[in-house]
Unconditional design. Structure first.
Length: 138
């Protein structure tokens, strides 16, 4: 999935969601919030790629536990890319996912919020008001 996202195809992630899911990205910022609909996830990915175009995930560790009826997955990734002004962006992302029969029912994302918030503030100051927007929630 991360390889597909690195190619700009976030739809693969959305297609892997169960009919009922919860996606929490911690923090009170433009990328934070809780989403429970595919529309919300679509809008979130579009915003994320506008704010951090060309972002790439380098998965460092994956831990899997449980059977197909309740699979728990922990992922540690490095995330990197260039901001619109060419400034490099680097951060660490931790995710905890729950799957039922191969479909994602919940995702909890923790990214170093200090690094992310500084980056979003810088983008907003440079003329990208969406970087200071309220989280996309539904």
């Amino acid at each position: 999935m991360f390889d597909r996202i690195n190619e700009g195809d976030y739809q693969t992630m959305i297609d892997g969601l169960a009919p009922e899911f919860v996606y929490d990205f911690h923090g009170e910022h433009a990328l934070g919030g809780r989403r429970t609909t595919r529309d919300g996830m679509e809008r979130w990915w579009q915003r994320m790629l506008r704010l951090l175009p060309g972002i790439r995930f380098d998965v460092r560790d994956i831990v899997v536990d449980g059977g197909p009826w309740r699979t728990r997955v922990a992922v540690r990734s490095n995330v990197a890319g260039s901001l619109p002004d060419g400034t490099p962006y680097q951060n660490t992302v931790m995710q905890f996912l729950t799957l039922r029969w191969g479909r994602v029912t919940s995702v909890e994302t923790l990214e170093n919020t200090q690094v992310l918030q500084r980056t979003l503030s810088s983008l907003a100051s440079a003329g990208q008001p969406e970087a200071a927007a309220a989280p996309i929630t539904d």
